[in-house]
Design a protein around this ligand. Structure first.
Ligand code: ASP
Ligand code: MG
Length: 830
């Protein structure tokens, strides 16, 4: 025997029922007979309960609703069976008449007892099973309607009756002994010893199927629903959720208790006890294998089978010195709750016994508070316990899997994934079965937590990085183009999905939580962009509550870095080529770093120095591995590198500056480069990275032009760039002499920055031909680290240190590095 159960959405209308009959026909073969259990048409149970409640308050609208329901059933029956035969039509009509009588009774009495509610609610299944049995016959599949009240025997706990297994077994055996053809059974309903109609609780048709299967010693229960089995998480909340091929009864039980709506939890017990596998299948996608629930745990695979959540709970805490070491406290508390019929979702008690925290549904919060305070009235009065604290707007997220038992570190991974996304855990429980770790978190963070945990436990095949970019100058633009170009590669080969959620320039900003299309972001920004407001951008970014979020500042503005602390505070990482934050106020730059650390996120500014060259990363690697920096020397300005690398005796200095300017290497006013102020920012950043409390004034700048050429000071003071360029020509001779001097002693001149025993200097210096700086070409940057380890031969980093391409690539690489750290420790063994 096999039992197939079809839920409400599978039998929502004639069309759906026709496909159900096809499924049943395909499954029907002589070796293993079938029993089919059906729910009411979708929405019908709610409609029936609505009607009886209306009747009970004297709202006559119930009559029209009852008529509409009659039409709905007749229409489906007509569509499936053609003209309604005498007995069939009479059967439907009799049920309708019964229903109307009951409703009228409720209207007269102005009340609907639990008993009446059950009787009314049962009409949905009675109609649907009756119609489907006839439809099967009409479509050439012999079948017979079975009203489950004849076989499912229960107690009189209306609304959620308990099954009398022995009586049910006997009734089922007797019925099946004389009914060999396919039975189409009403789900959800049963009856008491004295033949009162009961129901098994909302969603109870699954349970009916499992009870029948147990009685019939069935080989399988197939639960046909509208999704592809049990999913790793709610697909409406986690886009990457997928269906679980196999899981154990215990896992299915935990999943269904914590919000997975696919199976009605009591269903699992009869199946488990009788070792009957449950197969969850999709009527809308019958080819999908669905989920098999059995005793067998899939060997290999993940420690965590799935993640579930209860979206809205209230958390109550009882605490006070009067609870410490007092046996029976918990018993009293929970007895108090039980007396008021409050169902507890989760419990934790600290080992200090100073407090007990538990979660209930939000509707139960007030009554739970009252119940507990009543139970501890004396202690409350004598201040041995405090008034119960109630926190609403909480959610419970549970990770579930038998594999967690044998694998240490699951909790660690869970908390680091939540921590890295700035989600505060308010309470934690792990059952001693180690099958489930539940955490209570603020409700707003539910989606983010589910997505982050789904990734953390490798349930998601790809990890997502969510980027928020501000600044679409050359670097920002190039970065977007690079991301667009490499997105497929990253997804396919690195399992990383890069989503650009927001883009803003100085005028407009556009957000798309699904990720903006990068091929035409300019059009999107123009079409859908709102006026840019920095605070609004940050607020909306935070409100997105996406895991693994990274803010990218590609502006040169001072206003954007002013928001870094708000961003880090919200546990969003930052990557930026903007030097302002790390090179301005020392205390603030330190604060930002500390804040990032506290929030478990990353503040990345590798491209502040040497653009894409790995300068800061290398420096940190050296420092962290215990090396000591003796001296740092750098050519850190691409434009000045170009000028000095090309300066040969006979070439006027001013001509080279003009050339560099026309190539776009210098700032519009080349004095900004020549003054050394930009290089000073870089040197400050490097010095601070070494732990020195460097301030701008600690850096000595020797202005080559002002100090080195007679007319230099006057030239530098020129009112505008053009005048400066003209007057610089007047310095060419004096500057040429300096070069000649250096050349005579076989040296080269370079615009260098150095940090030597804590002394920071910037200026033009002469270097021997052997010095690494002497070999520089083009507009290259170079960093020379002389350290304890690299004493005789310094460590040299050299390469293009400016330009949109390399800077954007540096930011891109940093973003991926941040991602790797946020996902850190997530090795494939999970
Ligand atoms: N029709 C009932 C309900 O809506 C039982 C079921 O569908 O499982 O709760
Ligand atoms: Mg760099």
């Amino acid at each position: 025997m096999r039992v197939l159960k079809f839920g409400g959405s599978s039998v929502a209308n004639a069309g759906r029922i026709a496909s159900v009959i096809e499924i049943v026909k395909r499954a029907n073969h002589a070796e293993a007979p079938l029993t089919v259990v059906v729910s009411a048409f979708s929405g019908v149970t709610d409609a029936l309960l609505g009607m009886v409640r209306q009747a009970a308050v004297g709202d006559e609208a119930y009559l029209a609703r009852a008529d509409a329901l009659r039409e709905q059933h007749r229409a489906a029956a007509g569509e499936l069976c053609g003209t309604l035969g005498g007995e069939f039509a009479a059967g439907l009509e009799a049920m309708h008449a019964d229903l109307v009588k009951l409703l009228q009774g409720a209207a007269l009495l102005r009340e609907a007892s639990a008993q009446t509610l059950d009787q009314v609610a049962g009409f949905g299944e009675r109609n649907s099973a009756f119609i489907i049995a006839h439809a099967m016959c009409a479509k050439g599949l012999p079948a017979q309607f079975l009203d489950a009240r004849r076989v499912i025997r229960t107690d009189a706990h209306f609304g959620a009756a308990h099954v009398d297994v022995a009586a049910t077994d006997a009734a089922v055996a007797a019925h099946y002994a004389s009914h060999a053809i396919l039975q189409v059974v009403t789900g959800f309903i049963g009856s008491t010893k004295d033949n009162q109609t009961t129901t098994l609780g909302r969603g109870g048709s699954d349970y009916t199927a499992a009870i029948l299967a147990a009685s019939l010693r069935a080989s399988v229960v197939e639960i046909w629903t509208d999704v592809d089995g049990v999913m790793t998480a709610d697909p409406r909340k986690v886009a990457r959720a997928f269906s679980i091929p196999k899981m154990t009864y215990a896992e299915a039980l935990e999943m269904s208790h914590f919000g997975a709506k696919v199976i009605y939890p009591p269903t699992i017990l009869p199946a488990l006890k009788n070792n009957i596998p449950l197969l969850i299948k999709n009527t809308f996608n019958p080819a999908h294998p669905g989920t098999l629930v059995s005793h067998e745990s899939p060997e290999a695979g993940t420690a965590v089978r799935g993640i579930s959540s209860v979206s809205h709970v209230a958390l109550l805490t009882l605490q006070g010195s009067g609870m410490v070491g007092v046996p029976g406290t918990a018993a009293r508390l929970f007895a108090g709750l039980a007396q008021h019929d409050v169902n507890v979702i989760l419990i934790t008690q600290g080992s200090s016994e100073h407090s007990i925290t538990f979660a209930v549904t939000p509707e139960a919060a007030a009554i739970a508070k009252h119940a507990v305070q009543a139970a501890f009235a004396l202690e409350l009065a004598s201040k041995l316990v405090e008034p119960v604290r109630v926190e609403t707007d909480m959610a419970v997220v549970a990770v579930i899997g038998e594999g967690m038992r044998t694998r240490p570190g699951v909790a660690g991974r869970l908390f680091s994934a939540l921590g890295a996304n700035g989600i505060n855990t308010v309470a934690i429980t792990q059952g001693s079965s180690e099958l489930n770790i539940s955490v209570v978190i603020p409700r707003l963070d539910e989606g983010k937590a589910l997505a982050a945990l789904h990734e953390a436990f490798f349930l998601s095949k790809t990890k997502e990085l969510n980027l928020f970019l501000i600044g679409t100058g050359v670097v920002g633009k190039t970065l977007l183009a690079q991301i667009d170009m490499h997105a497929d590669f990253l997804r396919q080969h690195r399992g990383v999905q890069v989503n650009v959620i927001a883009i803003a320039d100085s005028k407009r900003m556009v957000f798309d939580r699904q990720g903006l299309p990068l091929a035409n972001w300019t059009q999107r920004l123009a079409a859908d962009g709102r006026p840019t407001s920095l605070p609004a951008f940050v607020d909306e970014m935070i409100a997105c509550r996406l895991p693994s979020s990274i803010f990218i500042d590609c502006t040169a503005s001072e206003a954007v870095p002013a928001l870094y602390s708000d961003i880090l505070q919200a546990s969003i990482s930052i990557s930026t080529p903007n030097k302002i934050a790390m090179s301005s106020d020392l205390a603030r730059s330190r604060e930002l770093k500390a804040l990032a650390e506290r929030r478990g996120v990353i503040l990345g500014y590798e491209t502040n120095v040497g653009a894409g060259l790995p300068v800061i990363t290398t420096l940190n690697d050296l420092l962290q591995s215990g090396d000591r920096i003796i001296k740092l020397e750098g050519v850190l300005s691409g434009s000045l590198s170009y000028v000095f690398n090309h300066w040969k005796p006979g070439t006027p200095f001013s001509a080279l500056v003009a050339q560099a300017k026309s190539l776009g290497y210098t700032e519009p006013d080349p004095r900004q480069d020549l003054s050394g102020h930009d290089v000073r920012r870089k040197l400050l950043i490097l010095g601070r990275e070494c732990g020195l409390p460097l301030l701008q004034d600690n850096v000595t700048i020797d202005n080559f032009i002002v100090n080195g050429a007679g007319h230099g000071a006057a030239a530098f003071a020129a009112p505008d760039a053009a005048t400066f360029m003209n007057e610089l020509a007047a310095c060419d001779d004096a500057l040429g002499e300096k070069l000649a001097e250096a050349t005579a002693s076989d040296r080269v001149l370079r615009f260098a920055a150095s940090l030597d025993h804590g002394r920071a200097r910037i200026g033009v210096q002469a270097f021997e031909r052997e010095h690494p700086f002497a070999s520089l070409g083009g507009s290259e940057n170079m960093l020379v680290f002389t350290t304890e380890r690299y004493k005789d031969r310094p460590l040299v980093i050299r390469g293009p240190g400016a330009g949109a391409d390399v800077t954007a690539a540096g930011v891109f690489a940093e973003v991926l590095r941040i991602g790797a750290t946020l996902f850190s420790g997530r090795s494939n063994s999970w």
